[in-house]
Design a protein around this ligand. Structure first.
Ligand SMILES: O=C(O)CCC(=O)C(=O)O
Length: 325
């Protein structure tokens, strides 16, 4: 059996697979140095830990601009890294298609140590409700520096074959929700070196990474799907950090607007998921469930209508002090 067939078998069986040495080390190192420089400029890192992560430093003043990594995110290297023929060959094999599409938005994240003021880790979740579109989407998650379970490697969970959406419960984490722990299968966490990639399907539960080390766990993510599958407009309409793609691609030589004449059929984003979450959080808060507080904060800020936002805000005030991020 070929290496790619073995990867495909493992991915289909488990919902995830680790591919060692997949990413171009030179491009990854250039991006890693942009990430490190940003942390140093923000005054939240100083030197490196013994395992090679930027060493965490408490900021004098918290700043909402921290952790956006704008220079690295908008670098053409982020596109080159994922359009690499070796990455494409793996995606073609896993998706069983010759026509693969890379989502234009890529994410760079920094996970600070658990006991620090900047620690913020998404709970265990599935990507599909946020991304929508193709049920065959694959997330590629890769660390910039060596990572293991203690220093924040991303856990992925098994689920039953063929199972799609899993039930949610309220939780005191940044999204306010997590997959119910009773339905989760085995937890899997990998030691990964720069260049290694963790690939998982859009329904594969993942998240809840804990960083008990002294450094920043820094990672990059991209999403891939068959070109013929639908793509929700929310993943396409706008870059993450600039107002439009024209601005985002300024100065790029090769990959700017790579999707202009070649992109999947675009569909609307279905907002009913978010409405359900907001209304359920309000209902549970009325019953006195303190675990609704983080979800209420989101409903108070982003709820679809003014009555939802003001109702969530009033309930939040009655729970003051339960969840301070
Ligand atoms: O990096 C993390 O801790 C979370 C990543 C994540 O949720 C994702 O890749 O969808």
């Amino acid at each position: 059996m070929s290496r790619l067939s073995l990867l495909k078998d493992a991915y289909e069986r488990e919902g995830y697979v680790v591919v060692r040495g997949l990413l171009d080390r030179t491009m990854l190192e250039l991006l890693a140095s942009k990430v490190t420089q940003q942390l140093n400029r923000d005054g939240v890192a100083d030197g490196f830990t013994s395992t090679g992560q930027p060493r965490f430093r408490e900021p004098l003043l918290p700043d909402p601009e921290f952790l956006k990594f704008a220079e690295a995110v908008s670098s053409e290297l982020t596109e080159g890294l994922f359009q690499d023929p070796r990455v494409m060959d793996v995606m073609k094999a896993l998706l069983n298609t010759e026509e693969v599409f890379v989502h234009p938005n890529k994410w760079i994240r920094g996970l600070a140590p658990l006991d620090s003021s900047l620690h913020c880790s998404p709970g265990v979740h599935q990507d599909f409700p946020e991304l929508q579109g193709s049920s065959r989407q694959i997330t590629l998650w890769a660390p910039f520096f060596y990572v293991d379970e203690g220093s924040g490697s991303l856990p992925v969970y098994n689920k039953k074959l063929g199972e799609t959406l899993l039930p949610l419960e309220l939780a005191l984490n940044p999204s306010g929700w997590q997959v119910c722990s009773e339905v989760l299968g085995d937890k899997n966490v990998f030691e990964l070196s720069p260049g290694d990639a963790l690939l998982f399907n859009t329904f594969t539960p993942h998240g809840g990474a804990t960083n008990t080390g002294e450094g920043w766990r820094c990672s990059i993510e991209a999403r891939f799907q068959p070109l013929s599958d639908p793509l929700a407009i929310s993943n396409f309409a706008k870059p993450l950090l600039t107002q439009d793609w024209q601005t985002f691609y300024q100065g790029w030589d090769t990959w700017g607007f790579y999707w202009k004449d070649r992109h999947p059929p675009i569909i609307e984003f279905d907002p009913s998921w978010e409405r359900w979450r907001d209304l359920t959080a309000i209902g549970e808060a009325i019953k006195g469930n303190e675990n609704a507080v983080a979800a209420l904060e989101i409903a108070a800020q982003f709820g679809v209508s003014e009555p939802i936002r003001s109702c969530a805000q009033r309930l939040l005030e009655s729970f003051e002090g339960v969840y301070d991020q």
